[in-house]
Each structure stands twice: as C-alpha cells, then as structure tokens.
Design a protein around this ligand. Structure first.
Ligand code: SAM
Ligand code: DTB
Ligand code: SF4
Length: 321
C-alpha cells in the first residue's frame, strides 16, 4: 500500500492494522507522511470561545452544555458581537491564528442571533484570522450565508462510530450529521470534523470513525481529536481518563489516513504530560487550542504552552492566505 496518498476507499481492517502497529513503526510512518504534507515543527494555535453557553436541547452524553444534565453550569445567551471580536483580537495577540466560536444550539435558526453570528464571522475575518464556527446543524442556504460572510471552517464532529453513536446521542442521527457536513462542503467552507475518544467505545469504534472521515467525498481539511473531558453530572462523568498512548495512536492513524488534513490535538491536553503531547506532535498533530478555557472546561495555561513549544523548538504554523 502506498503511503501518503489521498484515498477514500479505506477499510476497517486497514485502519485497524495501522492503529495496532508497534508504536515505533506507527510513529515513524506517521512522521514520514506528515513531512511529505506539512512543514515539520509547526503547530497551529487556535483559540476557542463559547458564544452561547448551555441549555442545549440535545442529549450528547459527554456534554456539560446539554439541558438534560445538571452540572452546575451557568447558561448564557448569545454574547454581543463586539465582545466576541475583542476576544478574537486578544487571542491574536496571544499568538492564535484561528478563532473558533461555539454555540450550544441543536441547529441554526434564521433571525437576529444568526445575523449576529454572521457579523462575528466578518469581524474575526477582518482581523486576518481564520474564522471557525460550530453551531449545530445548518441548511445549505445558511452555509452559503456563512461562506459569504467570510467563514473559513465549520466544525461539526461525527464524534464516534456509526455503531456506538446511539449510545451517546439519541436526539439526532448520524445521517443528520452527515447532511450538515455535505451542506458545509458544498458551500465551499472547510470542513472541521473529528471526534472524541474515552467514552467507553472500542478500538474498533475509533478506527471505524476514522474510516467514516477518510471516506467522505473529501477529507475534512481539519480533524480534531478530543479526549473526553469527563464532567461530573453528565452520564460520562465517571469515565476513566484516556491513556496517553491511545491518544498518540489515534492521531498517528488519522495522520496516515488523511495525510493533508490538519490533525488537531484538541480537548483533553490538561490531563496529559508535556512529553505525551510531544509524542502527539511526532505522530502528526499540528494544532492545539491555546487559552485557559476550551468552551466550558479548563485547558492548559498559555505561558506553559508557549514554554513547551519553545523547549521543543516548535513554531506557530501560520496558514498562508
Ligand atoms: N452544539 C454544536 C454541536 O454539537 O455540533 C457545537 C458545540 S459542541 C460543544 C462541539 C463539540 O465539542 C462536540 O461535537 C464534541 O465533539 C466536543 N465536546 C463537547 N463536550 C466535550 C467533552 N466533555 N469532552 C470532549 N469533547 C467535547
Ligand atoms: C472540538 O472538536 N473540540 C472543541 C471544538 N471542537 C469546538 C470543543 C471541546 C469542548 C470540550 C468541553 C468544553 O470545554 O465544554
Ligand atoms: Fe448541544 Fe453540542 Fe453539547 Fe450536543 S455537543 S449537547 S449539540 S452543545
């Protein structure tokens, strides 16, 4: 099998074979594929902001923002546009080149709030940053409006395998997720789509999710790999933390299967040593979230992240155009 080629015909057996290799072979190949497709030693710094927090009608078992669970989170209506753009500016000054805005919505509804989100996208793009939003399901028309406002990427995760999905979310289907991804792709917006490990799924489920992603009509330009942040009060609040090497294997397999995509070491870094994070970079991760907060949960400190990158000689990846 040629490595480093863009393929859309991956089988579960092939993904599993890669995932289960001995660590040395796995990382060696992932690093080779990485170097063929990306500048080595560069990691994109992204910043996240929850623009509308909590009270979400969906029942995603991992999520502190679902109205179905009581985690003691303060709900918040949509933030004002100027506050969001000011946060993006501050994130840029701290070194981020991409600003991602998340809303705890099941789907986008046309009206005042969506108009404000379009203004936020314009404001972030005007700062010269990549803009990304995650707003739940979108129609084809809404995706086109986001594109017109200058949106770079839309985040919408498959989260897990088709088989395991119904154990985690019952209020919407896997196919609805895929429909939104198609609307985003057809509008010419970059697709940011990945998932979460550590929710009780099997290795087979993890590999099946990567097969779903890699066999989409186009590889998502961006693939976030999250480790579950277990939040007390959610059904997954007592899950054991992910083994760092499981994270490394998942990233390496994603890198090999989707060579040109930006693979993002996303939620879950707080529980990891810096050495484990370095292994993730070696395995092909080339993005992290910078900033003390993800959407509602904690992330490592900014100064510590800068120190970690300096120690490893990692430079911020600044995407061209
Ligand atoms: N409501 C929109 C949606 O679900 O599409 C957007 C916001 S939602 C919080 C974005 C993503 O965050 C989810 O798809 C999930 O992958 C991730 N996420 C949420 N809670 C998490 C947790 N506790 N640990 C890890 N990832 C989480
Ligand atoms: C993604 O895959 N991870 C980010 C982003 N997309 C929106 C969100 C992580 C959220 C972690 C839990 C929280 O802070 O609420
Ligand atoms: Fe709502 Fe998104 Fe959280 Fe699911 S992941 S409960 S859709 S905010």
């Amino acid at each position: 099998m040629m490595t480093g080629t863009i393929r859309h015909d991956w089988t579960l057996a092939q993904a599993r074979e890669i995932h289960d290799r001995n660590l040395s072979d796995l990382i060696y190949e992932a690093q080779g594929v990485h170097r063929q497709n990306h500048p080595p030693g560069e990691v994109q710094l992204c910043s996240l902001l929850s623009i509308k927090t909590g009270a979400c009608p969906e029942d995603c078992a991992y999520c502190p923002q679902s109205a179905h669970y009581d985690v003691g989170l303060e709900n918040e209506a949509l933030l004002p546009v100027d506050e969001v753009v000011a946060a993006a500016k501050a994130a840029k000054e701290a070194g981020a080149s991409r600003f991602c805005m998340g809303a705890a919505w099941r789907e986008v509804r046309d009206g005042e709030d969506f108009d404000s989100v379009l203004d936020m996208v314009r404001g972030v793009s005007d700062l010269g940053m990549e803009s990304c939003v995650t707003l739940g399901m979108v129609t084809a028309e809404q995706a086109q409006r986001l594109k017109k406002a200058g949106l770079k990427a839309y985040n919408h995760n498959l989260d897990t395998s088709r088989e395991f999905y119904s154990e985690i979310i019952t209020t919407r289907t896997y196919d609805e997720r895929l429909d939104t991804l198609a609307n985003v792709r057809r509008a010419g917006i970059d697709v940011c789509c990945g998932g979460i490990i550590g929710m009780g799924e099997t290795i087979e489920d993890r590999c099946a999710m990567l097969v779903e992603l890699a066999n989409l009509p186009q590889h998502p330009q961006s693939v976030p790999i999250n480790a579950l942040v277990a939040v007390k009060g959610t059904p997954l609040g007592d899950q054991a933390p992910v083994e760092p090497l499981d994270f490394v294997r998942m990233i390496a397999t994603a890198r090999i299967m989707m060579p040109a995509s930006v693979v993002r070491l996303s939620a879950g870094r707080r529980g990891m040593s810096e050495e484990a994070q370095m292994l993730c970079f070696l395995a092909g991760a080339n993005s992290i979230f910078l900033g003390e907060k993800l959407l509602t949960t904690a992330n490592p400190e900014v100064a510590g992240d800068h120190a970690m990158m300096e120690q490893a000689g990692i430079k911020p990846l600044v995407p061209a155009g």
